[in-house]
Design a protein around this ligand. Structure first.
Ligand SMILES: [Cu+2]
Length: 207
């Protein structure tokens, strides 16, 4: 009887070790997904949030923590005045972690910047900030436009929709096939392999 009990407890210990192995393997499989799933995040903006601007800034820009993807139709920075008009064409030029648009401000007051850029993993990120425009006397003021401009669109929209001509945008592939998807697939395959091995080991012990 004591021999049987010993065998049972040894088997339980072995199953415990297997469970620990499964947990460790799952953790290892999930590990590579963590850095890849991190999106670029905003580091700074110019003008800064809530800044009071008194001279024509010429440009509005934002900087993220790492290089952005320069995807066609992917980057938009809209500068919207207190009158709801658009100051600039919304087109953003990407240079490394920075995106910049040209602007000439008009009516004094609170300006809202709506932006969308493409994160390093291929996913769009977007946001908004405001600053105050108090031009010094004699500053030339722009008229603005009631249309969003050449790069138009709504920053909240994801790239890869249709452009003004109704044609699918070229950025579709870059935004749907993310490297992160591949990481999850590899992780899933690894987990399935571990589960198969564990199942086989347990069945072999029982036989
Ligand atoms: Cu992402």
């Amino acid at each position: 009887m004591s021999g049987l009990r010993q065998t049972t407890s040894r088997r339980a210990a072995r199953l415990g070790r297997l469970a620990a192995l499964v947990a460790a393997s799952a953790a290892l499989a999930a590990l590579p997904a963590m850095p890849a799933s991190a999106h670029n995040y905003l580091v700074s903006s110019t003008p800064a949030e809530d800044a009071v601007v008194t001279q024509q800034p010429g440009t509005v820009s934002l900087e993220t923590n790492e290089a952005l993807l320069d995807v066609e139709n992917g980057s938009i920075i809209q500068v919207v005045g207190p009158d709801g008009r658009y100051y600039g064409d919304g087109c953003a030029v990407v240079d490394g972690p920075t995106a910049t648009t040209q602007t000439q401000l008009g009516e004094p007051g609170m300006y809202t910047v709506n932006w969308r850029v493409v994160s390093v993993d291929g996913h769009p990120i977007s946001g908004t900030w405001t600053f105050e425009w108090q031009p010094v006397d004699g500053t030339a003021l722009a008229e603005g436009s009631d249309e969003p401009g050449a790069c138009g669109g709504t920053p909240a929209d994801s790239p890869g929709g249709t452009d003004e001509s109704g044609q699918p945008a070229d950025s579709t592939d870059a935004t749907t096939a993310s490297p992160l998807d591949a990481v999850w697939i590899v992780g899933g395959v690894l987990l399935a392999a571990v589960a198969a091995i564990v199942t086989w080991l347990i069945l072999r012990r029982r036989a």
